[in-house]
Design a protein around this ligand. Structure first.
Ligand code: GDP
Length: 176
């Protein structure tokens, strides 16, 4: 079994913990308390595109990094993948995600990281299209310019969440 370390980054309240919770427990809890300190979770998946390849993700949810605007070395050290999360319904949310991308790239140098830009809260936009403030095309364009994977998701409904991990797992497997 292959094991990879994956870290989460993005501003407070964009739904990082909810995405992890959806992926690991397949549930959503509107009133779950926010993460204090580093939370470790792991989840194993079978790659859909490969026969018999199992990947274990060791997931590091943020230890309140968003408040310090600076990454602790233990957080990104030996990381293989990162999710940079923004909230599709929040102005400035993508710009903030972009500064996390810069910060991460800066810190890890040429360490080979698979980064996925994740737009969360898709359910709110489907309910009411007026709530969307970040266009899919803008985020997609930025992601391809930066060489990032890209996915819009809803931690609430689960839409797109397993796709993130399948795509990252596939890329990590191929480049390993
Ligand atoms: P974090 O601070 O980035 O870890 O964000 P949380 O996971 O704690 O979520 C922040 C708030 O957004 C909570 O009230 C969640 O219930 C809510 N939330 C998270 N993901 C979604 C989603 O996909 N859809 C909706 N409607 N709300 C969400």
């Amino acid at each position: 079994m292959l094991q990879f370390k994956l870290v989460l980054l993005g501003d407070s309240s964009v739904g990082k913990s909810s995405i992890v919770h959806r992926f690991v427990k397949d549930s959503f809890d509107e009133f779950r308390e926010s993460t204090i300190g580093a939370a470790f979770l792991s989840q194993t998946i079978k790659l859909e595109k490969q026969d018999d390849v199992t990947i274990k993700f060791e997931i590091w949810d943020t230890a309140g990094q968003e408040r310090y605007k600076s990454l602790a070395p233990m957080y990104y050290r030996n990381a293989n993948a990162a999710l940079i999360v923004y909230d599709i319904t929040q102005p400035d949310s993508l710009a903030k995600a972009q500064s996390w991308v810069d910060e991460l790239k800066n810190k890890v140098g040429d360490q080979d990281l698979v980064i996925c830009l994740v737009g969360n809260k898709l359910d709110l936009c489907e309910e009411d299209p007026q709530k969307r403030v970040v266009d899919t095309e803008d985020a997609q364009r930025y992601a391809s310019e930066q060489g990032l994977l890209f996915q819009e998701v809803s931690a609430k409904t689960g839409a797109g969440v397993t796709d993130i991990f399948q795509t990252i797992g596939e890329k990590l497997y191929v480049q390993k």
